[in-house]
Ligand binder design. Structure first.
Ligand code: P1T
Length: 377
């Protein structure tokens, strides 16, 4: 099936009781059992929920995977991946990732005996050098938040297979519409479904998809034991949203391309980073492993005051954390999403005080461009 057909139908049949075309919100914590040991396959809401199962099957289809597991947030999904390893094990991570991933790994999970090496995975030889005897997982984000660095997914997964490592790809920025890491050999694909998958800025959620039965069983067991499940209503909202994912992503990208070109040509920014621009250092890799360039742009305005002026004066862009919604958002990575990354590390990554991140929405592009022009006066 094509992407949009799967997006609208995968995981969903008319409700057997009423014929309702839209999967109901099974808002229940428990299920009636006929007699001891006899039930309809549903025992307790943390373990089984049909709205959630529909969403999981839907996203698994979009990511070309067999198994999906929905979580209560993106970071809950990331945390669960670490249940595949134990104290003393070593994990290699892309140097630039979402600040909350950095905080979870470096400031929390390190306390539990896990070891992390942060590596610039845009150069695969760095990754090769970071692998140790106890390495178990390679965790990459591509494109990265907020610098939009790309990592060659196929090169990473080949290396992981050779070294018997689990490869995990955070695909939040591209969404399955533009990139499918499992088809490039990844073991697990991760999403903050808060972002493009839901797309309407009204849900916090996460998602893992895999083709590996053993990995799936472990993650499912751990999720039931630890309890980081999303509510049936949140699952229903995301399930409704994926129906329009293709059309939303097309429009996000069209707007982002025009805005990136405007920022570049207007001279308003010192540096414009967008994988769709020919000046992006990995534009060729973007064309190879992605089917589009996405809706995120990062720009360095050169100094903090200029960034502050823009963030304060925009009227259509909203200053706020998050991304991937239909409405345009603007943020200041240094103090917002990457506030818990140490200053020296931010400097190395290029997350300066003048850096701003645009999540380009699906409004009229003329209004978005005018908003930025007006804000910078
Ligand atoms: O916020 P949550 O749903 O828990 O997702 C965490 C997460 C994971 N991976 C990536 C690439 C992300 O960008 C995020 C969350 N990011 C933001 C809130 C942000 O504004 O960048």
């Amino acid at each position: 099936m094509g992407f949009s057909t799967d997006a609208i139908h995968a995981g969903q049949q008319p409700d057997p009781t009423t014929g309702a075309v839209i999967t109901p919100i099974y808002q229940t914590s428990t299920y009636a059992q006929e007699e001891l040991g006899k039930n309809k396959g549903f025992e307790y809401g943390r373990t089984h929920n049909l709205t959630r199962a529909s969403l999981e099957a839907n996203i698994a289809a979009l990511e070309k995977g067999k198994y999906g597991i929905a979580f209560s947030s993106g970071v809950a999904a990331t945390h669960s991946v670490l249940s595949l390893v134990k104290a003393g094990d070593h994990i290699v991570v892309s140097r630039n990732v979402y600040g909350g991933t950095y905080r979870l790994f470096e400031l929390i999970m390190k306390e539990y005996g896990l070891r992390f090496t942060w590596t610039d995975t845009t150069d695969i030889s760095n990754l090769e050098k970071s692998i140790e005897k106890d390495t178990r997982i390679v965790f990459i984000e591509t494109p990265t938040n907020p610098m939009l660095n790309l990592t060659d997914i196929k090169a990473v997964t080949d290396l992981c297979r050779k070294n018997k490592l689990i490869s995990v790809v955070d695909n939040t920025f591209m969404s399955p519409y533009f990139q499918n890491p499992l088809t490039l050999g990844a073991d697990i694909v991760l999403h903050s479904s808060t972002k493009y998958l839901n797309g309407h800025s009204d849900v916090i959620g996460g998602m893992l998809v895999t083709n590996d039965e053993k990995i799936y069983s472990r993650l499912k067991y751990v999720q039931n034991a630890m309890g980081a499940i999303p509510s049936p209503f949140d699952c229903w909202l995301v399930l409704r949203s994926t129906k329009t994912l293709a059309v939303r992503m097309e429009r996000h990208e069209k707007n982002a391309m025009q805005l990136a070109e405007f920022l570049l040509n207007s001279g308003l920014a010192d540096k414009v980073i967008y994988p769709g621009l020919k000046n992006h250092p990995q534009h060729d890799l973007a064309k190879k492993q992605m089917r589009g360039f996405g809706g995120m742009i990062t720009a360095d305005l050169g100094d903090e005051n200029k960034a502050r002026k823009l963030l304060k004066n925009v009227k259509i862009f909203t200053l706020g954390e998050s991304l991937g919604g239909v409405e345009s958002l603007i943020s200041h990575p240094s103090t917002m999403t990457h506030g818990s990354v140490p200053k020296a590390e931010k400097e190395k990554l290029g997350i300066t005080e003048g850096l701003v991140r645009f999540s380009v929405g699906i409004e009229d592009i003329e209004d978005l461009i005018a908003d930025i022009q007006n804000a910078l006066g």
